[in-house]
Write a protein that binds this ligand. Structure first.
Ligand code: FEO
Length: 393
Protein backbone atom coordinates (compact mmCIF):
# COMPACT_ATOMS: atom_id res chain seq x y z
CA UNK A 1 0.00 0.00 0.00
CA UNK A 2 1.47 3.38 -1.01
CA UNK A 3 -0.52 6.48 -0.05
CA UNK A 4 0.31 10.16 -0.21
CA UNK A 5 -0.36 11.68 3.20
CA UNK A 6 1.02 15.19 2.50
CA UNK A 7 3.09 16.85 -0.21
CA UNK A 8 6.14 14.62 -0.72
CA UNK A 9 5.23 12.48 2.30
CA UNK A 10 4.01 8.93 1.73
CA UNK A 11 2.79 5.93 3.67
CA UNK A 12 4.83 3.00 2.34
CA UNK A 13 4.09 0.43 5.05
CA UNK A 14 2.06 -2.76 5.03
CA UNK A 15 -1.17 -4.17 6.41
CA UNK A 16 -1.02 -7.49 8.22
CA UNK A 17 -4.69 -8.37 7.95
CA UNK A 18 -4.55 -11.87 9.36
CA UNK A 19 -1.99 -11.57 12.14
CA UNK A 20 -3.72 -12.65 15.32
CA UNK A 21 -0.97 -12.53 17.94
CA UNK A 22 1.82 -10.09 18.70
CA UNK A 23 4.92 -11.12 20.66
CA UNK A 24 3.14 -14.51 20.99
CA UNK A 25 1.17 -12.78 23.71
CA UNK A 26 -1.07 -9.92 22.62
CA UNK A 27 -4.29 -10.77 20.76
CA UNK A 28 -4.80 -8.85 17.51
CA UNK A 29 -8.51 -9.16 16.69
CA UNK A 30 -8.20 -6.54 13.93
CA UNK A 31 -4.77 -7.53 12.60
CA UNK A 32 -2.22 -4.73 12.55
CA UNK A 33 -0.26 -2.43 10.29
CA UNK A 34 3.41 -1.51 10.09
CA UNK A 35 3.50 2.14 9.14
CA UNK A 36 6.64 3.14 7.34
CA UNK A 37 6.78 6.65 5.84
CA UNK A 38 8.87 8.12 3.08
CA UNK A 39 9.70 11.84 2.96
CA UNK A 40 11.08 13.33 -0.23
CA UNK A 41 13.05 16.52 0.43
CA UNK A 42 14.55 18.63 -2.34
CA UNK A 43 18.00 17.18 -1.63
CA UNK A 44 17.58 14.13 0.57
CA UNK A 45 15.13 11.28 0.97
CA UNK A 46 14.31 9.78 4.35
CA UNK A 47 12.39 6.70 5.36
CA UNK A 48 10.84 6.67 8.81
CA UNK A 49 11.02 3.17 10.27
CA UNK A 50 10.55 0.02 8.22
CA UNK A 51 8.16 -2.92 8.63
CA UNK A 52 7.99 -6.37 10.17
CA UNK A 53 10.38 -8.79 8.38
CA UNK A 54 7.40 -10.71 6.96
CA UNK A 55 6.45 -7.62 4.92
CA UNK A 56 9.84 -6.37 3.74
CA UNK A 57 9.21 -7.14 0.07
CA UNK A 58 6.00 -5.09 0.21
CA UNK A 59 7.96 -2.16 1.64
CA UNK A 60 10.52 -2.37 -1.17
CA UNK A 61 7.73 -2.54 -3.80
CA UNK A 62 6.01 0.51 -2.30
CA UNK A 63 9.24 2.52 -2.35
CA UNK A 64 9.87 1.45 -5.95
CA UNK A 65 6.37 2.58 -6.96
CA UNK A 66 7.46 6.09 -6.01
CA UNK A 67 10.34 5.92 -8.46
CA UNK A 68 12.80 6.55 -5.67
CA UNK A 69 16.35 5.80 -6.76
CA UNK A 70 18.06 6.41 -3.44
CA UNK A 71 17.36 6.61 0.24
CA UNK A 72 19.70 8.85 2.19
CA UNK A 73 18.44 8.26 5.70
CA UNK A 74 16.41 5.65 7.52
CA UNK A 75 15.10 7.18 10.71
CA UNK A 76 14.84 4.48 13.34
CA UNK A 77 12.39 5.54 16.02
CA UNK A 78 12.33 2.12 17.68
CA UNK A 79 14.43 -1.04 17.55
CA UNK A 80 11.59 -3.56 17.95
CA UNK A 81 11.36 -5.77 14.89
CA UNK A 82 7.93 -4.62 13.72
CA UNK A 83 9.72 -1.28 13.06
CA UNK A 84 13.27 -2.34 12.33
CA UNK A 85 12.77 -5.82 10.87
CA UNK A 86 13.38 -4.68 7.29
CA UNK A 87 16.32 -2.36 8.07
CA UNK A 88 18.93 -4.82 6.85
CA UNK A 89 16.98 -5.38 3.63
CA UNK A 90 16.74 -1.61 3.04
CA UNK A 91 20.46 -1.14 3.60
CA UNK A 92 21.14 -3.96 1.18
CA UNK A 93 18.96 -2.34 -1.51
CA UNK A 94 20.08 1.21 -0.74
CA UNK A 95 23.72 0.83 0.42
CA UNK A 96 24.29 4.58 0.73
CA UNK A 97 21.52 4.93 3.31
CA UNK A 98 22.53 5.82 6.85
CA UNK A 99 20.46 4.89 9.88
CA UNK A 100 19.63 7.94 11.94
CA UNK A 101 18.79 7.23 15.55
CA UNK A 102 19.76 7.90 19.16
CA UNK A 103 22.71 6.20 20.83
CA UNK A 104 20.63 3.70 22.79
CA UNK A 105 18.63 2.61 19.75
CA UNK A 106 21.86 2.27 17.77
CA UNK A 107 23.23 -0.12 20.40
CA UNK A 108 20.02 -2.19 20.28
CA UNK A 109 20.08 -2.38 16.49
CA UNK A 110 23.73 -3.44 16.51
CA UNK A 111 22.90 -6.18 19.02
CA UNK A 112 19.59 -7.31 17.52
CA UNK A 113 20.33 -7.01 13.80
CA UNK A 114 24.13 -7.14 13.77
CA UNK A 115 24.35 -3.90 11.76
CA UNK A 116 27.82 -2.29 11.54
CA UNK A 117 28.36 0.87 13.56
CA UNK A 118 29.56 2.75 10.46
CA UNK A 119 26.02 2.61 9.06
CA UNK A 120 24.71 4.90 11.80
CA UNK A 121 24.36 8.61 12.41
CA UNK A 122 23.45 9.27 16.03
CA UNK A 123 21.26 12.15 17.12
CA UNK A 124 20.27 13.69 20.44
CA UNK A 125 17.01 15.08 21.69
CA UNK A 126 16.12 18.26 19.77
CA UNK A 127 18.55 17.68 16.90
CA UNK A 128 17.35 18.49 13.40
CA UNK A 129 18.02 16.94 10.01
CA UNK A 130 17.45 18.99 6.86
CA UNK A 131 16.25 17.21 3.72
CA UNK A 132 15.72 20.37 1.64
CA UNK A 133 12.39 22.06 2.33
CA UNK A 134 11.64 19.35 4.88
CA UNK A 135 13.19 19.39 8.35
CA UNK A 136 13.05 16.51 10.79
CA UNK A 137 13.30 17.22 14.50
CA UNK A 138 14.02 14.31 16.83
CA UNK A 139 12.33 13.97 20.18
CA UNK A 140 13.91 11.32 22.36
CA UNK A 141 11.02 9.74 24.28
CA UNK A 142 12.18 6.77 26.32
CA UNK A 143 9.74 4.06 27.44
CA UNK A 144 7.24 4.30 24.61
CA UNK A 145 7.50 1.32 25.52
CA UNK A 146 11.21 0.42 25.23
CA UNK A 147 14.04 2.52 26.65
CA UNK A 148 15.33 3.72 23.26
CA UNK A 149 12.14 5.07 21.67
CA UNK A 150 12.08 8.35 19.78
CA UNK A 151 9.50 10.49 17.99
CA UNK A 152 10.19 12.44 14.79
CA UNK A 153 8.50 15.74 13.95
CA UNK A 154 8.34 17.04 10.39
CA UNK A 155 8.37 20.78 11.01
CA UNK A 156 7.14 22.23 7.71
CA UNK A 157 4.08 19.93 7.59
CA UNK A 158 3.40 19.69 11.33
CA UNK A 159 3.41 15.88 11.19
CA UNK A 160 4.41 13.95 14.30
CA UNK A 161 5.68 10.45 13.51
CA UNK A 162 4.87 9.15 16.93
CA UNK A 163 6.33 5.63 16.88
CA UNK A 164 4.18 3.28 19.02
CA UNK A 165 2.68 6.23 20.90
CA UNK A 166 -0.95 6.84 19.81
CA UNK A 167 -0.87 3.64 17.75
CA UNK A 168 -3.50 0.95 17.41
CA UNK A 169 -3.32 -2.61 16.21
CA UNK A 170 -5.68 -2.19 13.28
CA UNK A 171 -5.34 -3.20 9.65
CA UNK A 172 -7.32 -0.79 7.51
CA UNK A 173 -7.86 -0.02 3.83
CA UNK A 174 -8.40 3.64 4.71
CA UNK A 175 -5.36 4.89 6.60
CA UNK A 176 -7.19 8.11 7.53
CA UNK A 177 -10.33 6.48 8.90
CA UNK A 178 -10.41 7.01 12.64
CA UNK A 179 -14.14 6.34 12.91
CA UNK A 180 -13.77 3.14 14.96
CA UNK A 181 -10.30 3.62 16.33
CA UNK A 182 -11.06 4.69 19.92
CA UNK A 183 -11.37 1.16 21.31
CA UNK A 184 -8.41 -0.27 19.45
CA UNK A 185 -6.25 2.70 20.50
CA UNK A 186 -7.38 2.21 24.10
CA UNK A 187 -6.60 -1.50 23.91
CA UNK A 188 -3.17 -0.66 22.50
CA UNK A 189 -2.53 1.88 25.27
CA UNK A 190 -3.60 -0.70 27.87
CA UNK A 191 -1.37 -3.46 26.57
CA UNK A 192 1.69 -1.44 25.61
CA UNK A 193 1.79 1.99 27.25
CA UNK A 194 -0.09 1.69 30.55
CA UNK A 195 2.90 0.46 32.60
CA UNK A 196 4.72 3.66 31.57
CA UNK A 197 1.89 6.09 32.33
CA UNK A 198 4.07 8.66 34.12
CA UNK A 199 6.61 8.69 31.26
CA UNK A 200 3.83 9.04 28.69
CA UNK A 201 2.52 12.01 30.67
CA UNK A 202 5.92 13.72 30.42
CA UNK A 203 6.14 13.06 26.67
CA UNK A 204 2.68 14.45 26.06
CA UNK A 205 3.55 17.58 28.05
CA UNK A 206 6.69 17.93 25.93
CA UNK A 207 4.88 17.71 22.58
CA UNK A 208 2.18 20.17 23.69
CA UNK A 209 4.57 22.92 22.45
CA UNK A 210 4.60 21.60 18.91
CA UNK A 211 2.14 22.69 16.26
CA UNK A 212 0.81 19.26 15.34
CA UNK A 213 -1.44 19.05 12.30
CA UNK A 214 -1.27 15.30 11.88
CA UNK A 215 -0.17 12.34 14.00
CA UNK A 216 1.26 9.45 12.02
CA UNK A 217 1.86 6.52 14.39
CA UNK A 218 3.60 3.25 13.60
CA UNK A 219 0.42 1.16 13.77
CA UNK A 220 -3.16 1.82 12.75
CA UNK A 221 -4.77 4.93 11.29
CA UNK A 222 -3.19 8.36 10.87
CA UNK A 223 -4.90 11.15 12.81
CA UNK A 224 -5.78 14.24 10.79
CA UNK A 225 -7.44 15.50 13.95
CA UNK A 226 -4.64 15.06 16.52
CA UNK A 227 -6.78 16.44 19.36
CA UNK A 228 -8.98 13.32 19.18
CA UNK A 229 -6.20 10.95 20.21
CA UNK A 230 -4.40 13.51 22.38
CA UNK A 231 -7.59 14.01 24.41
CA UNK A 232 -8.11 10.27 24.73
CA UNK A 233 -4.55 9.86 26.02
CA UNK A 234 -4.92 12.85 28.38
CA UNK A 235 -7.89 11.03 29.90
CA UNK A 236 -6.21 7.60 30.13
CA UNK A 237 -3.00 8.95 31.70
CA UNK A 238 -4.86 11.18 34.16
CA UNK A 239 -5.49 10.03 37.72
CA UNK A 240 -9.25 9.91 37.05
CA UNK A 241 -11.00 6.57 37.49
CA UNK A 242 -14.55 5.50 36.65
CA UNK A 243 -17.25 4.23 38.95
CA UNK A 244 -16.63 0.70 37.71
CA UNK A 245 -15.57 -2.69 39.05
CA UNK A 246 -13.68 -5.14 36.85
CA UNK A 247 -14.20 -8.74 37.96
CA UNK A 248 -11.86 -11.37 36.53
CA UNK A 249 -13.12 -14.81 37.48
CA UNK A 250 -12.80 -18.56 36.98
CA UNK A 251 -15.18 -21.11 38.39
CA UNK A 252 -14.48 -24.84 38.34
CA UNK A 253 -17.63 -26.27 39.90
CA UNK A 254 -19.95 -23.27 40.04
CA UNK A 255 -19.48 -21.91 43.56
CA UNK A 256 -17.24 -18.99 42.51
CA UNK A 257 -19.63 -18.20 39.68
CA UNK A 258 -22.55 -17.94 42.13
CA UNK A 259 -20.55 -15.57 44.32
CA UNK A 260 -19.59 -13.46 41.33
CA UNK A 261 -23.21 -13.29 40.15
CA UNK A 262 -24.31 -12.10 43.58
CA UNK A 263 -21.50 -9.53 43.80
CA UNK A 264 -22.47 -8.18 40.36
CA UNK A 265 -26.11 -7.93 41.42
CA UNK A 266 -25.34 -5.98 44.61
CA UNK A 267 -22.82 -3.68 42.92
CA UNK A 268 -25.36 -2.80 40.22
CA UNK A 269 -28.03 -2.15 42.89
CA UNK A 270 -25.60 0.27 44.49
CA UNK A 271 -25.15 2.19 41.25
CA UNK A 272 -21.76 0.81 40.26
CA UNK A 273 -20.93 -0.33 36.73
CA UNK A 274 -19.50 -3.82 36.45
CA UNK A 275 -17.30 -5.47 33.82
CA UNK A 276 -17.08 -9.22 34.48
CA UNK A 277 -14.57 -11.38 32.58
CA UNK A 278 -14.92 -15.15 32.61
CA UNK A 279 -11.25 -15.94 32.12
CA UNK A 280 -11.92 -19.24 30.34
CA UNK A 281 -13.38 -17.36 27.36
CA UNK A 282 -12.06 -13.80 27.67
CA UNK A 283 -9.65 -11.95 25.43
CA UNK A 284 -6.97 -10.77 27.82
CA UNK A 285 -6.67 -7.52 25.83
CA UNK A 286 -10.28 -6.68 26.71
CA UNK A 287 -9.44 -7.16 30.38
CA UNK A 288 -6.39 -4.89 30.04
CA UNK A 289 -8.55 -2.27 28.35
CA UNK A 290 -11.12 -2.38 31.15
CA UNK A 291 -8.33 -1.85 33.68
CA UNK A 292 -7.30 1.46 32.07
CA UNK A 293 -9.77 3.49 34.08
CA UNK A 294 -11.82 1.27 36.41
CA UNK A 295 -11.67 2.22 40.08
CA UNK A 296 -11.77 -1.35 41.42
CA UNK A 297 -10.49 -4.78 40.45
CA UNK A 298 -11.80 -8.01 41.97
CA UNK A 299 -10.19 -11.38 41.34
CA UNK A 300 -12.46 -14.37 41.88
CA UNK A 301 -10.92 -17.82 41.88
CA UNK A 302 -11.28 -21.35 43.18
CA UNK A 303 -8.35 -23.03 44.96
CA UNK A 304 -6.12 -25.30 42.88
CA UNK A 305 -3.29 -27.12 44.65
CA UNK A 306 -3.75 -24.70 47.56
CA UNK A 307 -3.30 -21.62 45.35
CA UNK A 308 -4.92 -19.41 42.73
CA UNK A 309 -6.35 -21.12 39.63
CA UNK A 310 -3.72 -20.80 36.82
CA UNK A 311 -6.03 -18.69 34.61
CA UNK A 312 -6.69 -16.29 37.47
CA UNK A 313 -2.98 -16.33 38.31
CA UNK A 314 -2.21 -15.21 34.75
CA UNK A 315 -4.83 -12.46 34.88
CA UNK A 316 -3.51 -11.20 38.22
CA UNK A 317 0.07 -11.34 37.00
CA UNK A 318 -0.85 -9.27 33.93
CA UNK A 319 -3.01 -6.82 35.88
CA UNK A 320 -0.15 -6.18 38.27
CA UNK A 321 2.47 -5.93 35.52
CA UNK A 322 0.36 -3.45 33.52
CA UNK A 323 0.26 -1.15 36.58
CA UNK A 324 -3.21 0.30 36.04
CA UNK A 325 -4.36 3.27 38.10
CA UNK A 326 -6.86 1.01 39.93
CA UNK A 327 -7.56 2.38 43.42
CA UNK A 328 -9.08 -0.67 45.13
CA UNK A 329 -8.64 -4.38 44.81
CA UNK A 330 -10.21 -7.41 46.44
CA UNK A 331 -10.33 -11.17 46.15
CA UNK A 332 -13.15 -13.64 46.44
CA UNK A 333 -12.48 -17.34 46.41
CA UNK A 334 -13.53 -20.81 47.39
CA UNK A 335 -11.71 -23.81 48.76
CA UNK A 336 -12.36 -27.38 49.86
CA UNK A 337 -9.97 -27.98 52.76
CA UNK A 338 -7.44 -25.13 52.76
CA UNK A 339 -6.20 -22.23 50.64
CA UNK A 340 -3.34 -19.75 50.26
CA UNK A 341 -5.20 -17.68 47.65
CA UNK A 342 -5.30 -14.43 49.62
CA UNK A 343 -1.66 -14.57 50.74
CA UNK A 344 -0.55 -15.51 47.24
CA UNK A 345 -2.54 -12.68 45.64
CA UNK A 346 -1.20 -10.11 48.11
CA UNK A 347 2.35 -11.29 47.45
CA UNK A 348 1.79 -10.83 43.71
CA UNK A 349 0.38 -7.32 43.97
CA UNK A 350 3.72 -5.56 44.03
CA UNK A 351 3.20 -2.92 41.34
CA UNK A 352 -0.52 -2.19 41.55
CA UNK A 353 -0.69 0.53 44.18
CA UNK A 354 -4.26 -0.21 45.24
CA UNK A 355 -5.87 -0.50 48.66
CA UNK A 356 -6.85 -4.10 49.37
CA UNK A 357 -10.46 -4.35 50.54
CA UNK A 358 -10.99 -7.34 52.82
CA UNK A 359 -11.31 -10.51 50.72
CA UNK A 360 -14.11 -13.07 51.04
CA UNK A 361 -13.12 -16.73 51.18
CA UNK A 362 -15.77 -19.46 51.21
CA UNK A 363 -15.53 -23.16 52.09
CA UNK A 364 -17.43 -25.08 49.43
CA UNK A 365 -20.69 -23.43 48.37
CA UNK A 366 -21.50 -19.94 49.65
CA UNK A 367 -23.99 -19.96 52.54
CA UNK A 368 -26.06 -17.17 54.05
CA UNK A 369 -23.13 -15.77 56.05
CA UNK A 370 -20.94 -15.82 52.95
CA UNK A 371 -23.50 -13.91 50.90
CA UNK A 372 -23.67 -11.38 53.73
CA UNK A 373 -19.87 -11.05 53.52
CA UNK A 374 -20.08 -10.51 49.75
CA UNK A 375 -22.77 -7.87 50.29
CA UNK A 376 -20.48 -6.15 52.81
CA UNK A 377 -17.66 -6.24 50.26
CA UNK A 378 -19.94 -4.52 47.73
CA UNK A 379 -20.90 -1.94 50.37
CA UNK A 380 -17.25 -1.25 51.16
CA UNK A 381 -16.50 -0.80 47.46
CA UNK A 382 -19.45 1.61 47.19
CA UNK A 383 -18.20 3.55 50.25
CA UNK A 384 -14.73 3.88 48.73
CA UNK A 385 -16.18 5.02 45.42
CA UNK A 386 -18.21 7.64 47.30
CA UNK A 387 -15.16 8.79 49.24
CA UNK A 388 -13.24 9.53 46.04
CA UNK A 389 -16.29 11.23 44.51
CA UNK A 390 -17.11 8.87 41.65
CA UNK A 391 -20.33 7.49 43.17
CA UNK A 392 -22.82 10.13 44.16
CA UNK A 393 -26.04 8.16 44.87
FE1 FEO B 1 5.45 -1.29 17.29
FE2 FEO B 1 7.11 -1.55 20.13
O1 FEO B 1 6.67 -2.04 18.43
Amino acid sequence: MMIKIADDVYFVGAMHWDRRLFDELIPLPEGTSYNSYLIRGKEKIALIDTVDPSKEEELIENIEKLGVEKIDYVISNHAEQDHSGALSRIIESYPMARIVTNEKCKQFLMDLLLIDEEKFITVNDGDELKLGGKTLKFIVAPWVHWPETMLTYLKEDGILFSCDLFGSHTATSDIFSTENVYNSAKRYYAEIMMPFRSKIKQHIEKIENLEIKMIAPSHGPIYKNPEFILNAYRDWISDNVKNEVVIAYVSMHGSVEKMVKYLIEVLIEKGINVKPFNLTVSDIGELAMALVDSATFVLATPTVLSGIHPLAFYALYLANALRPKTKFVSIIGSYGWGSRIVEQAKEMLTAMKAEVIEPVMVKGQAKDDDYTAIKKLAEKIADRHKEIGILTL
